[in-house]
Design a protein around this ligand. Structure first.
Ligand code: ZN
Length: 162
């Protein structure tokens, strides 16, 4: 029988070693920077939203620990092609899993692998960084598409304050 922890570790290692959507996006029309000073993780997230709110393309860049990088890769893979409302629902589901300790919801797929990080509060911030940055990028877009790029850190109060 496959050990669940091993399976989770494999998923995270795969995304760390072969990150999805790790590049910059020329056509981005929403973006945000996030940092987790406790660990030194940094992420720049860029979205290309079309007129009906669908995330046509997404890219991330930055440096950080394996958890932050794997989480960024998993997150971008999940939201690409979805509309921003669905992305918001995914943020909520991720928060419920990581912060409130709920079972990994099926619709999050491989992202459930990050549930194993919950035992380590410091790493929860690493895992949450990409999602907090996504939340900010989407909020910026709602407010003003031309707003200067906003920055979020894991120390700030937000819905994903782990
Ligand atoms: Zn980290």
């Amino acid at each position: 029988m496959v050990n669940l922890d091993d399976l989770y570790r494999e998923i995270l290692l795969d995304h760390y070693r072969n990150p999805r959507n790790r590049r910059s996006l020329e056509s981005a029309n929403a973006s945000a920077d996030g940092s987790n000073p406790l660990c030194g993780d940094e992420i720049t997230l860029e979205l290309q939203l079309d007129d009906d709110g669908r995330i046509a393309d997404v890219a991330f860049s930055g440096d950080g620990c394996s958890i932050s990088q794997a989480s960024s890769s998993l997150m971008t893979e999940h939201i690409k092609g979805r509309n921003s409302k669905d992305a918001g629902a995914a943020i909520d589901a991720f928060q419920a899993m990581m912060v409130e300790g709920e079972e990994a919801p099926e619709e999050l797929g491989d992202i459930g692998a990050l549930a194993g990080v919950r035992k380590f509060p410091m790493r929860v911030k690493c895992a949450s960084l990409a999602w907090k940055t996504l939340e900010l990028a989407l909020a910026q877009r709602d407010r003003d598409g031309d707003a200067p790029r906003a920055t979020v850190t894991t120390d700030e109060r937000s819905t994903l304050n782990g």
